[in-house]
Design a protein around this ligand. Structure first.
Ligand SMILES: [Zn+2]
Length: 235
């Protein structure tokens, strides 16, 4: 194997290392995004429970107002009943009392049901608030951990880039440029050995003439099947 091809293979090893680091770096963001989706969902659920509780509290105040009015009405009619003497007026006052009592009974029953519901809703609000707080805590921890991970990967990447630059000095410029073009298109291995009579990547057979030229010169050739750079591994 010619030294420039050997040097190119070393450059390629660093590039593959770099791709691995890049992949690990880009896998960090989705982890934060997933946590954020969960947080937004929890915040929405909390707002919904709060809104429901507020609506029920308003309903409760309205019923309490009506209840107060109907109790007053009942008390007034009872006072009136004690004062009237004509049977027709007494009957009217009794009817008023009966009606007011029915309203009062209905509203008391409604208030009791509403009270239970509100107690449940308030507990739900507390639970959901706890859930939001917990998600935000995890989010903060994860963000810190991911920041540290990102910084470590960045350092690793800088080192590998330094190594890559050093190793690429051993590769002739035209060969390096050709390799870079293929590599950037593929974002993976771009140099493969001949395996028997074929490309080790796509298995396309290489014509005898080209193979013997490659053996004689030690130069690389483009595979017609897949476009990678081919070299002769054995002498
Ligand atoms: Zn091929």
């Amino acid at each position: 194997m010619k030294p420039d091809v050997a040097a190119l293979l070393q450059v390629q090893a660093e590039d593959l290392h770099l791709y691995g680091i890049e992949d690990r770096l880009s896998a960090l963001a989705p982890r934060l995004a997933a946590l954020e989706v969960g947080r937004v969902r929890a915040v929405d659920a909390l707002a919904q429970a709060k809104q429901q509780a507020e609506a029920d509290e308003k309903k409760q105040r309205d019923i309490q107002d009506r209840l107060r009015q109907h109790r007053e009405m009942r008390d007034k009619s009872e006072t009136l009943l004690g004062q009237v003497s004509a049977p027709r007026e007494a009957a009217a006052a009794m009817a008023q009392i009966e009606q007011a009592k029915r309203f009062v009974a209905d509203e008391e029953r409604d208030l009791e049901g509403l009270g239970h519901r509100l107690a449940d809703l308030r507990k739900l609000v507390v639970d959901r608030l706890t859930a939001v707080t917990e998600i935000e805590r995890v989010q903060q921890e994860t963000r810190a951990a991911l920041d540290a991970e990102r910084a470590a990967l960045q350092r690793e990447m800088d080192e590998v880039k330094g190594e890559r630059a050093k190793k690429s000095e051993g590769v002739p410029k035209p060969l390096l440029m050709k390799y870079d073009r293929i590599r950037q298109r593929r974002r993976s291995e771009a140099v493969f050995p001949l395996r028997g009579q074929s490309c080790a990547h796509c298995d396309t057979a290489i014509p005898v003439q080209r193979r013997s030229t490659m053996r004689a010169t030690g130069n690389t050739e483009l595979c017609e099947g897949c476009g990678v750079l081919l070299f002769v591994a054995e002498d």
